[in-house]
Design a protein around this ligand. Structure first.
Ligand code: HMG
Ligand code: MG
Length: 317
């Protein structure tokens, strides 16, 4: 067993994936202006990394078809890396042309999910990523590898930690700078999450791994705490808890960023991100696309601030 000490990381990187993972699942086209304003608001909130685009087949994920326009129109903040998903060289060329600072290749811990999501086997996906990795190195762009269904697969069911570690090893061999352990369908619980990180830590440095937890079963915050106890210091989240996965029916969005920040800041962990600005960004995008706000902390803070504004207006009257 790895050490689960009470010494939590003092600083954590929160990667905002709402503009990509959050919006990709929307059936109705999200206006370009709304996408751009969302990314700009998130940049201003201080995220070190915003996943802003996906250069994937527009037939597979139509919502991401305007990724080049999004990347061209956003205001780039020094200190924020704008990352983009790329499944192959075609996506890589588009991502480099768009000025992505980090590209994300994505495979899976189950063969069934790899087929559904990227239409190939795990081994074939790694082969497709080889030229992408070379191009990333040549361009000086960071390379991240994401492992879907690391805590369970909607088609296969149980996924062994050893299977996740096997993909982590292949992504290490590919030269990935970082990897994401993704609970695509949000089925993990903290003990299981720790078992997976214990296995992947033998294949890839733990300090360069991130937890990417969807919140379908309401376990994501507990899973983050479990991962923090092992020393994991990077987590993905989606503003207002937007999203789902087009290839994992019934899965909800990532854990809401506002809730993650509330947890981390409450534990005295620095993130460099302004919670208020994120809550306002969540309010903006949920109104813009007419979606419920799925952040508990976001809704609570909006209600509190509205009440405070009402009180001060009453005092002034
Ligand atoms: P395919 O159909 O096997 O690809 O799809 P193909 O190489 O046979 O090409 C078919 C057509 O797609 C061709 O066009 C290509 O040009 C085009 P046509 O000749 O028919 O007009 N094409 C592309 N167009 C734009 N950009 C590209 C691209 N590549 C091919 N990059 C492929 C294979 C991988 C492309 C497809 O399956 C795909 O795009 N999959 C992406 C699915 C996706 O985006 N899923 C959601 C993101 S992953 C996720 O959310 C999980 C994550 O959050 C972690 C977690 O929670 O698990 C990261
Ligand atoms: Mg995801």
């Amino acid at each position: 067993m790895m050490n689960t000490t009470n010494t939590l990381p003092r600083r954590v990187e929160v990667v905002e994936v709402g503009p990509r993972d959050g919006l990709q699942n929307e059936a109705e086209p999200v206006p370009l202006d709304a996408k751009v304003e969302l990314v700009d608001r998130l940049s201003a909130a201080g995220f070190p990394n915003v996943e802003a685009a996906a250069f994937v087949s527009p037939k597979w994920v139509p919502q991401m078809a305007d990724s080049a326009e999004v990347m061209a129109r956003i205001r780039r903040r020094p200190g924020t890396v704008y990352s983009a998903l790329v499944p192959n060289m075609k996506g890589m060329e588009a991502a480099l042309a768009a000025g992505a600072g980090e590209v994300v290749v994505f495979s899976a811990a189950s063969e069934a999910f790899a087929q559904k999501n990227i239409n190939c086997s795990i081994a074939e996906s790694i082969d497709r990523f080889r030229p992408v990795a070379e191009a990333a190195r040549a361009a000086g762009v960071k390379l991240r590898g994401s492992i879907s269904v690391a805590l369970g697969c909607p088609y296969q069911g149980e996924v062994e930690p050893a299977a996740v570690a096997d993909v982590a090893r292949r992504l290490a061999d590919l030269g990935c700078d970082a990897i994401d352990i993704a609970d695509t369908i949000g089925v993990g619980t903290p003990g299981r999450v720790q078992a997976v990180f214990e296995a992947t830590a033998r294949a890839f440095p733990l300090e360069r791994q991130a937890g990417h937890f969807h919140d379908t079963y309401g376990q994501a915050l507990a899973n983050i705490l479990g991962a923090l106890q092992l020393g994991v210091a990077s987590f993905h989240s989606s503003v207002a808890g937007l999203g789902g996965c087009p290839y994992a029916k019934g899965a909800t969005g990532n854990v809401a960023t506002e809730d993650v920040l509330y947890l981390l800041h409450g534990l005295g962990i620095e993130t460099g991100v302004d919670l208020r600005a994120v809550v306002e960004a969540g309010d903006f995008i949920t109104r813009a696309i007419n979606r419920p706000n799925n952040s508990r902390a976001g809704k609570a803070l909006l209600a509190k601030w509205a009440a405070q504004a009402g009180e001060s207006a009453a005092c002034a009257a």
